[in-house]
Design a protein around this ligand. Structure first.
Ligand code: GFB
Length: 367
């Protein structure tokens, strides 16, 4: 029988990633994919979720829907981060059991792991070995309960409910809201606005925190491969190797190159850095799929910036912009020169990153 794979959060970052790559898996998985969003069903409503299961009768679920956001949204909207995620996750896991779903893949995040750990890298086993970073503790505890709920059904009822924990995901169709977005989409948006206004490009914080960034389509491929495995491990971190870790400032410089922005980069350390380091191990996912090639950050950023510039005035989620920065639709950015590996281009990039270092000013005044 053909599998009916329900993707919750089907219009989000990873949801669109799965749309973009699922054609590679349809025949292999002998599946049809059903993408739903909050416009179709309100997952915080038990009645809506009951109706969804009755109407769709999924055999497998990839549960991506969540109340998510970057550091500053996590710090400022803790009640929503906790309550909305707890309720949505409860309804989905309970429904998946009641309707006999064969496999549920539930999405956590690497920010749910303990803040203080004996030694890096963080591994799947460390999930409950200490409190998460305070900046996103509400979101983290809600996601930890999702792992506990899936494990409870696995151990008590034999349900094949498993979890994945991606690192910081980025890509087309992300939330580019300057206040609520994650760091890469927020900085891509701010760099575009800084370029158009010929203003400095402001990176919040000290620029020194370290992150492992994974491309949304890579996450999509890995999730669909896990969906197809005979036996899927109960919890898998989805991450690029530790060696791909970069600082926020280095990521900012890559964005200026992708946006062909040549003005100065400014660090505003009056803003929080959040968690300085949350380096995770990619060994489990690499053991499962040793042939998997992760998309290099420079290439993923290039494709994301191209998509953002192409869709700024239509599909892109850009949030509410302060009046003075709002763009008029006619204005557009000249296409950035390609990331050529010509010696001249890389010399120019190297020179610019050195200059960027030199031009970094801390305009701090503690907030
Ligand atoms: O992606 P992000 O918002 O969240 O990255 P986390 C935050 C880091 O980027 C901090 C710096 O060190 C910020 O100081 N940063 C610099 C910026 N400029 C900006 C900016 O304009 N916007 C933002 N957002 N950051 C999240 C968790 O933690 O990780 C989420 O809060 C989720 O729940 C996500 O788990 C994967 O990486 O700190």
């Amino acid at each position: 029988m053909k599998d009916r794979v329900l993707i919750t959060g089907g219009t989000g970052l990873v949801g669109h990633g799965i749309r973009a790559v699922s054609h590679h898996y349809c025949s292999e998985l002998d599946s049809e994919f059903i993408f739903i969003s909050s416009k179709d069903y309100d997952l915080t409503s038990a009645d809506d979720v009951q109706r969804m299961f009755e109407q769709i009768r999924p055999t497998k679920i990839v549960h991506l829907a969540a109340c998510v956001g970057g550091l500053f949204k996590n710090m400022n909207q803790k009640v929503d981060m906790l309550e909305k995620n707890l309720i949505m996750n409860f309804n989905i896991v309970r429904g998946a059991h009641d309707f006999g779903v064969k496999r549920l893949i539930a999405c956590l995040s690497t920010c749910v792991f303990p803040h203080h750990i004996p030694s890096y890298p963080v591994t799947e086993e460390m999930l409950h070995e200490g409190p998460p970073h305070h900046s996103n503790d509400a979101y983290a505890y809600a996601k930890r309960m999702l792992e506990v709920h899936c494990r409870a059904y696995r151990e008590s009822c034999g349900d094949d409910f498993v979890c994945v924990s991606p690192t910081n995901i980025y890509g087309p169709h992300d939330n580019f809201d300057i206040e609520e977005g994650h760091v890469l989409p927020s900085l891509i948006h701010k760099c575009r606005l800084a370029k158009l206004a010929s203003k400095p490009f402001v990176i919040r914080g000290t620029g020194t925190p370290l992150r492992q960034f994974i491309y949304s389509q890579d996450v999509a491929h890995l999730i669909l491969r896990l969906l197809d495995l005979e036996t899927c491990p109960p919890h898998v971190i989805l991450s690029v190797p530790e060696s791909h870790e970069v600082s926020i400032r280095e990521a900012g410089v890559l964005i200026t190159q992708g946006m062909n922005y040549e003005n100065s980069i400014v660090l505003d350390s009056s803003y929080s850095d959040g968690q300085h380091k949350k380096t995770v191990s990619s060994s489990r996912i690499e053991q499962l799929f040793p042939d998997f090639q992760f998309t290099p950050l420079q290439q993923g950023l290039r494709e994301t910036i191209q998509w953002f510039n192409d869709h700024y005035h239509d599909e892109a989620r850009i949030g509410i912009l302060p009046e003075e920065t709002a763009e008029n639709p006619t204005e557009d950015l000249a296409a950035p020169p390609p990331f050529s590996s010509s010696p001249l281009q890389s010399f120019w990039n190297r020179l610019r990153s050195l200059l960027a270092g030199a031009g970094t000013r801390d305009v701090s005044e503690k907030k």
